[in-house]
Design a binder for this molecule. Sequence first.
Ligand code: ADP
Length: 255
Amino acid sequence: PPVSGATLAVEDVSKAFGGNQALKGVTLHARPGRVTALIGPNGSGKTTLLNMVCGFYRTDAGTISVGRRQIHGLAPHEVARAGVARTFQTPNIPEGITVLEAVISGRYTAHRASILSAVFRGPRFRRVRREDRLEAERVLALAGMTGLRDVEAASLPLGMRRLLEVVRALIGGGGVLLLDEAASGLDEDEIERLAGLIRRIRDAGGTVVLVEHNFRLVLDLADDIVVLAHGQVMASGPPEVIENDPRVASEYLGI
Ligand code: ADP
């Protein structure tokens, strides 16, 4: 199967920027076959946490692991190789390549993608490994995008580009998928397609972490919700508990 995950464990992680304590002793576990949503108001530390998991920032304290492997302190490409893939708020799809080529290039880390897009334009694309193509076809089918494989990727509407970002992350990753505001700017239909894809990834055993502002989507998709406020975990639990927690209502929804 294209996805099967390991537990992502964040234990007692702290991070300060100068005097600004962005994260204070954050602990959370995202498990395979579950969607874990990370929510909280602006400035609560969600992006910082994603950046720490991905190896963009060093932790001041605490540990981060995927399965039995400790990943804190690793460089981003090493974290990617350890099985953690991520999408960004702004889709980053190279121009001049097809959807299928974009998926195959997703196998490589983000900073190499620009080099690869040049490679793909030439005759060498024909030498892409057969297994890579088959895997790309499989993940495209998972997203219901098989019919778009030969379309120019950058010309797709935003919703499709976001789905494509998820698919690219999937093929490059090892089962832990971090989605940063994947639904922002999408219309209802596009959100439903994205939600369907996320459910299929979860059901294939993927470990999905969702940073998301759309609270309705979070309640609809998440198996576990972690609420950050002022760099700390304020509440965590299943949607039906979080939805009825008055502290979450006042802190997160502002009511
Ligand atoms: P969220 O994603 O929940 O909106 P962030 O993780 O972006 O929150 O921000 C948490 C805190 O860390 C904020 O006070 C923010 O200003 C600070 N912060 C985040 N990244 C940096 C950085 N690179 N340099 C300095 N401060 C930062």
